[in-house]
Design a protein around this ligand. Structure first.
Ligand SMILES: *Cc1c(COP(=O)(O)O)cnc(C)c1O
Length: 387
């Protein structure tokens, strides 16, 4: 059997992960700043997450949510410790795309409107609905017509917000665009967006699948702006490595939903619930958002100090431990050189090296990563001048 692969292979076989590191077959250790697209933010095999998963595995692994079970009661209680103040309701799903899918469906049901607004460089997933609001044409166009109408406006552009009209069901936005290039939203833009959506009765969906769960220095990245979403999607890091996502909503929206509006075979299963409970406990026990904030500031500063003089560097930017090194060139070779120097990273946008570090990264790890990045950038510049 050939296993279908949609990502370009890295030519590396990983056999183990622990904390911020993974190991290959030969026993070589890598600093994992790819972290499975940021999923392993709490570290590979986080102790508390493992404990909850192992305990749940010894009891029951699968159960429809039509039956009650203790771990779901614990989940409901534990979510109170991380939920945004105004979002009292959550529905668990299996992937970020599915969480976005539900957010879009709910927005149409609640408003009776059809149109969605999304932003240039957005990424919201690969299923037909979530793909409709994803910017990258290459991902989207072979599958059109998708959901519509969709308007794509410029991210961080206040003037464009005036184009949002009353036929819009929802606006969907990432507080820090991830896949699109690690681009933090600015304060004026997010506040403006909240204002105009409130004024026109439009649902504001904040997609925190990548930026959420402490990575940017707050539990949710939108909390940097002091605004409340109408719907929030979460995924990636919230299960500590177990595939799980969630769509959060306030009472006034949840009250309008009923039997048959949505459903899922796996969503909210006991193992996923246990993974989320363990992850929230881990996040709280180690003051994870604060660590991400402090370490992120140091890491960004170290990268800036080492790299800013290179002529191929456009910018080092980010929020907390969501960091991008934007080149004026294709970052492919630099990412390869990083890997050769035992640091795993990933691409974002067209020109950005992305670091989605576990919060357990140390100062020494950062030094290794900065030096490997310097080598990657040097190699990229050499190749360009020689060709
Ligand atoms: C990764 C991501 C998604 C999609 O999540 P999947 O689990 O891959 O379906 C959606 N939104 C954002 C912001 C993401 O980063």
């Amino acid at each position: 059997m050939r296993l279908i692969e949609f990502y370009q292979g890295r030519g590396l076989k990983i056999v183990k992960g622990e904390g911020q590191y993974v190991w290959d077959e030969q026993g070589n250790r890598y600093l994992d700043l790819h972290a499975g697209h940021g999923v392993a933010f709490l570290g590979h095999r986080n102790k508390i997450v493992l404990e909850y998963l192992q305990k749940q595995m010894s009891e029951i692994m699968t159960l429809t949510t039509a039956f009650d079970t203790p771990i779901r009661e614990e989940l409901a209680k534990e979510l109170d410790n991380v939920k945004p103040d105004n979002l009292n309701n959550a529905f668990l799903l299996n992937s970020g795309s599915e969480a976005v899918e539900l957010a879009l469906k709910v927005s149409r049901k609640v408003t009776g409107r059809k149109k969605f607004v999304a932003f240039v460089n957005s990424f919201h997933g690969r299923t037909s609905g979530s793909l409709s609001v994803t910017w990258t044409r290459k991902y989207r166009e072979p599958f059109e017509p998708l959901l519509g109408p969709i308007d794509f406006l410029r991210f961080n552009n206040i003037d464009d917000l005036k184009k949002i009209d009353e036929s819009t069901a929802a606006v969907i936005v990432e507080p820090v665009q991830g896949e699109g290039g690690v681009i933090p939203a600015n304060d004026e833009f997010m506040k403006g967006l909240r204002e105009i959506t409130t004024e026109k009765g439009i649902i504001l969906i904040i997609d925190e699948v990548q930026s959420g769960f402490g990575r940017t220095g707050k539990i949710w990245a939108h909390q940097h702006f002091g605004i409340d979403p109408d719907i929030m999607t979460a995924g990636k890091a919230i299960g500590g490595g177990f595939p799980v996502s969630a769509t959060f909503m306030p009472d006034w929206i949840a009250e309008k939903l009923g039997e048959g509006d949505h459903g899922t075979t796996y969503g909210g299963n006991p193992l996923a619930a246990a993974a989320v409970v363990g992850s929230i406990k881990a996040l709280k026990a180690d003051n994870v958002p604060e660590q991400a904030k402090v370490k992120g500031e140091i890491f960004i500063k170290m990268l800036q100090e080492t790299l800013s003089d290179f002529k191929s560097i456009r910018e080092v930017r980010g929020k907390g431990l969501m960091i991008g090194v934007d080149l004026k060139l294709n970052p492919g070779l630099a990412i390869k050189v990083l890997q050769d120097n035992r640091v795993l990273s990933l691409k974002a946008g067209v020109t950005t090296i992305r670091f989605l570090s576990p919060y357990t990264i140390t100062h020494e790890d950062m030094e290794v990563a900065v030096d490997a990045t310097r080598k990657g950038v040097l190699a990229t510049e050499r190749k360009t001048t020689s060709s």
